[in-house]
Design a binder for this molecule. Structure first.
Ligand code: COA
Length: 143
């Protein structure tokens, strides 16, 4: 079940964020995203357990996917695909020309995942990430 992310979801979101990412977003960053951008959670409909979330925004006809995570126990069940498609659908009325994202260049799983959604690597951003320092792959998909 996909719903808009609300402030009340933040404790569960932050727990998952810290489990998954080496340089997790803070509560303040998520609060700003909830207030100003697009953010969705995916819950287990039976017990409301958080299974994943996605954040993004639309600017100058480009929809940026900024943060996507699925609880490791639920990988390869199509949930990440559902969340990306939901964000794309939510942006549709604003007619984005492209979807864009950055991903750690060592994150081969995510790169493979995004390729299944028709994203292609178009370049690199040097030392984009910290903890550990790493280049970002820039990936784009046309609408
Ligand atoms: C990347 C991520 C969101 C994928 O979510 P998911 O729900 O497991 O992905 P899906 O089940 O929708 O996968 C769709 C397809 O992508 C590809 N894919 C997904 N995970 C993959 C992996 N670990 N290895 C290879 N291909 C993979 C497969 O082709 C898969 O289809 P299949 O399972 O039928 O073979 C998830 O692995 C995750 O949360 N990773 C940690 C956080 C992260 O890296 N986020 C992205 C940062 S930009």
């Amino acid at each position: 079940m996909i719903k808009e992310m609300l402030l009340k979801d933040l404790p569960q979101v932050l727990t998952l964020e810290k489990q998954i990412f080496s340089n997790p977003w803070t509560k303040e960053v998520f609060k700003k995203i909830i207030e100003n951008k697009k953010s969705y959670i995916l819950n287990n409909a039976k017990n409301s357990q958080l299974l994943g979330y996605i954040c993004g925004w639309l600017e100058s006809n480009i929809c940026t996917v900024a943060n996507l995570a699925i609880d490791e126990k639920y990988h390869r069940k199509g949930l990440g695909t559902q969340l990306v498609k939901h964000l794309m659908q939510a942006c549709k009325s604003e007619e984005p020309s492209h979807f864009y994202l950055e991903v750690r260049e060592s994150n081969e799983k995510a790169i493979k995942f995004y390729k299944t959604l028709a994203f292609s690597i178009i370049g690199k951003r040097k030392n984009y990430y910290s903890k550990p320092k790493e280049d970002a792959c820039l990936m784009v998909r046309a609408q």
